[in-house]
Write a protein that binds this ligand. Structure first.
Ligand code: IPD
Ligand code: CA
Ligand code: CA
Length: 307
């Protein structure tokens, strides 16, 4: 992978000359990301959307900026944003926008968050509940100045250079990622899956930005990612990145992913079957890793101290 930065536009522009939407969308995402950096530097007040779901002025301001820019550049395109934007929903094209994916990180000054913009093409005959085709995606990390981009059929790129998923063939050798909802956490079974996957892999990261997790799978920095209950603004761009980088995206049963699937399993493709089989086992309560009893754990601690 290149160490070139996203703002070094010369080489990136050259690499984007055959692309339709990514060049302008990248400019918008980089502008949005710059605003996020400024907000982070100046410090922002945090509000609660629900009991633990955070939102800041940065989320709202950057959504407004992206909405305005998309309206100027692609006046026919719809915009569906996390902070409430619902513009031109009847059009052929629709952007799913998360102006700040990783708000909890941002609010705590943990420098891992991004702008995510995914474009869906929806032919006129589609019913509202049917998915169109994802045709473009941009994920921009303003703290590292890294941009991940894709257009359908034209590959995935990192700062203008082609990227591919990893070649790791089995779960035991993987680095994974997942996430947990901020709302209704007690209803999420994911902590059990977290335990099982941690025991069966090199580790599971919970870095706090689903869009970056997906971009990292595309770039081969992670081998797979799963999460329950994400929204299209979290996933639209990242799905296309993973697919265009040669990976697979399905639900936990291995069925084709839909934007309203509420469960996502993305990987380098080579381990997708193994992951789906493990999900099936875990949902059925089969082959769970045994947890040591308190006595066994105490004996193991004593042994470790004496050796
Ligand atoms: C969240 C992040 C996080 C994921 C949560 C999302 P937000 O998005 O993507 O990684 O675990 O489920 O809600 O709220 O920071 O835009
Ligand atoms: Ca999000
Ligand atoms: Ca968000």
């Amino acid at each position: 992978m290149s160490s070139e930065s996203a703002s070094n536009t010369g080489s990136i522009q050259a690499a984007q000359s055959n692309l339709t939407w990514v060049p302008k969308a990248s400019e918008i995402a980089i502008e949005g990301g710059k605003r996020l950096r400024e907000f982070l530097a100046q410090g922002v007040e945090t509000e609660y959307k629900g009991d633990v779901d955070l939102v800041t002025i940065a989320d709202r301001t950057v959504e407004k900026l992206i909405r305005t820019r998309l309206g100027e550049i692609f006046p026919e395109h719809g915009v569906y944003g996390e902070e409430g934007t619902r513009d031109r929903m009847e059009g052929e094209f629709r952007w799913y926008v998360d102006p700040l994916d990783g708000t909890t990180n941002f609010a705590h000054g943990f420098p891992h968050f991004c702008v995510s913009m995914g474009l869906e093409q929806r032919p006129a005959h589609l019913k509202p509940e049917e998915d169109g085709t994802l045709v473009a995606g941009v994920v921009y990390d303003p703290m590292r100045d890294e941009i991940f981009t894709a257009e359908r059929g034209k590959g995935a790129h990192f700062n203008g250079r082609p990227i591919h998923v990893s070649a790791i063939p089995e779960l035991a050798e993987t680095l994974l990622a997942t996430g947990f909802p901020s709302r209704k956490r007690h209803n999420s079974p994911n902590v059990h899956f977290y335990q099982e996957f941690t025991l069966r892999s090199h580790g599971v990261r919970r870095a706090g930005s689903a869009a970056l997790d997906l971009a990292y799978v595309a770039a081969g920095r992670l081998d797979a990612f799963w999460e329950f209950n994400l929204n299209p603004w979290d996933t639209a761009a990242g799905i296309l990145l993973v697919e265009e980088a040669g990976g697979s995206v399905t639900d936990f049963s291995g069925n084709p992913y839909r934007l309203d699937s509420r469960e996502i399993l993305a990987s380098n493709g080579r381990i997708q079957k193994e992951l789906v089989a493990l999900f099936e086992d875990l949902f059925a309560g089969r082959n769970l890793a045994p947890i040591p009893t308190p006595q066994e754990a105490a004996a193991a601690r004593r042994k470790a101290r004496s050796s």
